[in-house]
Ligand binder design. Structure first.
Ligand SMILES: [Zn+2]
Ligand SMILES: [Zn+2]
Length: 453
């Protein structure tokens, strides 16, 4: 018997964590932290795991909403074994130390919440069992009652470096958890690989389930539009700020801009990046031969990109037209993109382009909605927006048709939708039911158990 219990992230893009009880072996799929909450509220509901078997946690990739709570889990349940790809392990060594610093500041004075320490992260990283794509391992928990072993295989999910989907085979049944998955090509990554044979149970993300795919477009056409808009601003003497995530989106966009520059399509200009994104670029470079990707011979370190932390006065960007790829992606308060925005929005010749998902509660979302000439209240000041604002889609998740293609190819008897807002899950759920006969469909809900076999 396989039982499935979401303990976080089921009905929005939050603290993703899904518990499986496979005949007495406890396996947790992902262990994320909610990006909008602080303290205990941001964690998955670990309390419900007390008294249940818990032997393994498998991490699909190193984004905060999939790995951020891992140190808290291991502090509470130190015996749990961690499985991920080698690339996820390398990235986590950087990003978990980084989130430790942020959490320490956020939680200072909050005695009700016990934080882990830096040494605990180091120990945790070293203890990870790394697994290559499409290499199977067998696992068995302490209180396993079945006679069969549980076999685990990771597949390239095409989302960010090291991202994986998980295939679990047990007693003749096959369960596939997509994690964050992108079937389509980005600039560096080539897209996800799916198992060749059908599965019985499909746990599928639904981020873009309700977004019109025509609006999202594809990387190739979007980059043509982007370069034309960038050139217009640079030629007229302005600079462009593009807020983005430091992990995944930054490396893809740097690669894209470098290629456009090489083909002389992008006007010669300085491109800036900075912060933790720089060290994550090194991990992309170090793994260039180890993963399926485009342009294996190119390293981001050879792109001639400059560090924005060396620019002390934003007026430098008025003197020298530049492109700045700045974190955070959603322009959260206190970050470089947020600090720059106040200056940027008042510059007539400048541009502010967005290239990714914005949570509705974030400053980035507010700015994305506004147009040149409108009045904006931002960071305690009200002013007229002078710069050009434009939204681009460079998707790192599968589009709606691609999600349906996953169902088509894997022919599951049961589909459980997760990692998506309710609207996204309803839309894609309706499409699945109308196109595939006999599929049993569920929408994952926090703490609502589903018995699979
Ligand atoms: Zn992700
Ligand atoms: Zn995610």
């Amino acid at each position: 018997m396989i039982k499935f219990l979401p303990i976080g992230g089921a009905d929005d893009i939050g603290a993703n964590s899904y518990y499986l009880n496979i005949d007495g072996t406890g396996v947790l799929l992902d262990c994320g932290m909610h990006p909008r909450f602080i303290g205990a509220e941001a964690l998955p509901k670990f309390d419900v795991l007390a008294g249940l078997p818990l032997d393994y946690v498998i991490i699909t990739h190193a984004h905060h909403d999939h790995i951020g709570s891992l140190p808290f889990l291991i502090k509470k349940f130190p015996h749990v074994k961690i499985i991920s790809t080698k690339q996820t392990q390398e990235i986590a060594a950087q990003t978990l130390q980084n989130s430790y610093q942020i959490l320490k500041e956020q939680l200072s004075g909050d005695l009700s919440f016990e934080l882990y320490d830096k040494n605990e992260i180091e120990f945790l990283i070293k203890s990870i069992i790394t697994l290559e794509y499409e290499n199977e391992i067998s696992i068995r928990g302490i209180t396993h009652i079945g006679k069969d072993e549980i076999r685990i295989t990771l597949y390239d999910a095409g989302h960010i470096l090291g991202s994986a989907s998980i295939l679990i085979c047990y007693s003749g049944k096959r369960l596939f958890y997509t994690g964050d998955i992108n079937l389509g090509k980005q600039s560096i990554l080539n897209g996800a690989v799916l198992p060749a044979k059908p599965v019985d149970y499909l746990l599928m993300e639904s981020t873009y389930g309700s977004t019109d795919s025509a609006k999202i477009g594809n990387w190739e056409n979007n980059s043509k539009q982007l370069v034309s808009d960038l050139n217009k601003i640079i030629v007229s003497g302005g600079s462009v700020l593009i807020p983005m995530f430091s992990l995944g989106k930054l490396q893809e966009m740097l690669h894209l801009l470098y290629k456009l520059k090489l083909k002389s399509k992008l006007t010669e200009t300085d491109i800036y990046y900075g912060g933790i994104g720089k060290s994550l670029c090194r991990i992309y470079d170090d793994n260039k031969y180890l993963v399926k990707r485009n342009n294996k011979n190119f390293e981001l370190k050879d792109g001639g990109f400059k560090d924005y932390y060396l620019i002390k006065d934003p007026n430098e960007y008025v003197k020298n037209p530049s492109i700045i790829l700045a974190s955070s992606g959603m322009m959260l308060k206190g970050t470089y993109s947020y600090r720059m925005a106040k200056f940027w929005l008042k510059q007539k010749r400048f541009g502010l382009f967005t290239v990714g998902y914005m949570d509705p509660s974030t400053p980035g979302h507010k700015i994305q909605q506004i147009n040149r000439g409108a009045l904006l209240e931002f960071d305690g000041e009200k002013f007229k927006v002078e710069c050009k604002i434009k939204r681009f889609y460079f998707n790192t998740h599968s589009k709606r048709e691609e999600l349906l293609e996953i169902v088509e190819r894997l022919k599951p008897g049961t589909v459980i939708l997760l990692h998506g807002e309710n609207e996204a899950k309803s839309y894609i759920g309706y499409e699945i039911l109308s196109r595939f006969n006999g599929v049993s469909l569920h929408s994952a809900e926090i703490l609502k158990e589903i018995k699979l076999s």
